[in-house]
Write a protein that binds this ligand. Structure first.
Ligand SMILES: *[C@@H]1O[C@H](CO)[C@@H](O)[C@H](O)[C@H]1NC(C)=O
Ligand SMILES: *[C@@H]1O[C@H](CO)[C@@H](O)[C@H](O)[C@H]1NC(C)=O
Length: 403
């Protein structure tokens, strides 16, 4: 009897030890940096964050399950712990939130080709009503967007501010891996910052056609790095679609038929965490699994962004930006009804159009999701804005402040 009791006590002690150790380990991983000083900032760069590990495991174990299941964790544990230095829309619209341009806040613009990002990028540097506007010199592409009380610290990470510091048209995978280090280098000082990721999306068929036209005119973006998983892809992993300098004069058929054409589902790929699918190595998993994971990841990342706009909804996109950041533009965003590609849309035959739609099925899904999310965010901000009518009518015309 006595012996048995001792054995039980020993067991309990052992179990307790185990539980405490596990808790200790978990705490190191889960606890926010602000509370736990042992979770050094630098470590989050070197090692994958627990968020990534969690998502990866969760997805691996649930391969083939519906997407709604895969996107669940974003709401529960993940955004609470791992994502503290990237602020989401939901965190931003809380009452006490403020974009602290004087402090440590940085807007990071993820610019996807042919989504209207150039115009928007110019609005960001030239057109915002700021205490200290960006300094733009004639004939120079880049402006200096310093914080109000500084001559060396930036609040905007984008092509027209810092330049392509993380590679030409860097995607989510490249930016999240690079921005912090790039900012340290630019400012010549290590600092803790809060990052606000923003992006624009566009209706996928129009975007694809627009990219096609652009490539036909000689654009290549061949200096994009496609950095992922600690390296650039090999030539076997990501072959060129053309020989020579560029793909000038390519026909639509050739453009659609190249299996490595990065234009296909570009928006999904550029928003997904590509380390989840083995980067550009297509033999890590089946095509179907790769597609599902990329789409789920792109949706999740989009939802976690502080802001995104849609090319087709300029006014709503402007209102959303202004309300989310409480920053205002001097000019209204223009809605162009007849862009390059909508003009040629009529010249493209139904069969090709169908093929473009099929090719870009991931982007179509993503865009549908984005549209619903955009309208939901709009509805929510509209509800909280007592002077909505006046604000919405006077976007970029008259100054207003949100209460
Ligand atoms: C791609 O993945 C396959 C399967 O995991 C692996 O055998 C191959 O070595 C990888 N290729 C490269 C270039 O890493
Ligand atoms: C686009 O179309 C809408 C309605 O069809 C019109 O009100 C608006 O003025 C047009 N915008 C431009 C820039 O042509």
């Amino acid at each position: 009897m006595e012996y048995l009791r001792k054995k039980t006590v020993l067991k309990i002690v052992l179990i307790l030890c185990f539980v405490l150790t596990t808790c200790g380990i978990l705490l190191v991983y889960l606890c926010p940096e602000t509370i736990c000083s042992f979770n050094l900032h630098a470590d989050s760069q070197k090692y994958p964050s627990w968020r990534k590990i969690g998502l990866k495991h969760l997805m691996a174990e649930n391969m083939g399950k519906p997407l709604s299941f895969l996107s669940l964790p974003s709401d529960s544990q993940i955004s609470e712990s791992g994502f503290k230095n990237k602020l989401s829309f939901d965190e931003m619209i809380k009452d006490d939130f403020e974009f602290d341009i004087k402090g440590s806040d940085v807007i990071v613009f993820l610019h996807i080709q042919k989504t209207g990002g150039t115009t928007f990028g110019k609005h960001l540097v030239r057109d915002l009503d700021l205490e200290k506007p960006c300094k733009c010199k004639r004939g120079q592409k880049k402006c200096k967007c310093y914080r109000p009380d500084s001559q060396a610290k930036y609040w905007l990470f984008s092509r027209y501010s810092t330049g392509w510091k993380c590679g030409l048209h860097a995607d989510w995978t490249e930016l999240t891996n690079c921005v912090d280090t790039a900012m340290d280098q630019t400012e010549k000082e290590e600092a803790k910052r809060r990052y606000f990721y923003i992006t624009l999306l566009r209706e996928p068929i129009a975007r694809f056609l627009s990219e096609f036209r652009h490539v036909q005119r000689g654009a290549t973006w061949k200096s994009s790095r496609h950095w992922c998983g600690g390296r650039v892809p090999t030539e076997e992993e990501l072959p060129f679609c053309y020989r020579g300098d560029d793909w000038r004069g390519v026909t639509l058929e050739e453009f659609m038929n190249c299996p490595h054409n990065l234009a296909v589902n570009r928006q999904t790929r550029m928003l997904a965490d590509l380390t989840l699918v083995g980067c550009y190595n297509n033999s890590v998993m089946s095509h179907r699994a790769r597609d599902l994971l990329m789409l789920a990841s792109a949706k999740e990342n989009l939802k976690k962004m502080s802001y995104f706009g849609l090319c087709e909804y300029q006014k709503i996109s402007q209102y959303l930006f202004e309300s989310t950041f409480n920053l205002h533009f001097f000019q209204p965003f223009e809605q162009f009804n007849e862009t390059h590609s909508s003009l040629i849309m009529n010249e493209i035959d139904i069969k090709d159009l169908r093929k473009i739609r099929e090719l870009n099925h991931l982007d179509s899904e993503l865009y549908k999701y984005a549209k619903e999310l955009l309208l939901a965010r709009f509805k929510r901000l509209k509800k909280d804005d007592p002077d909505f009518q006046e604000h919405f009518q006077n976007l970029g015309i008259k100054k207003y402040a949100l209460k």
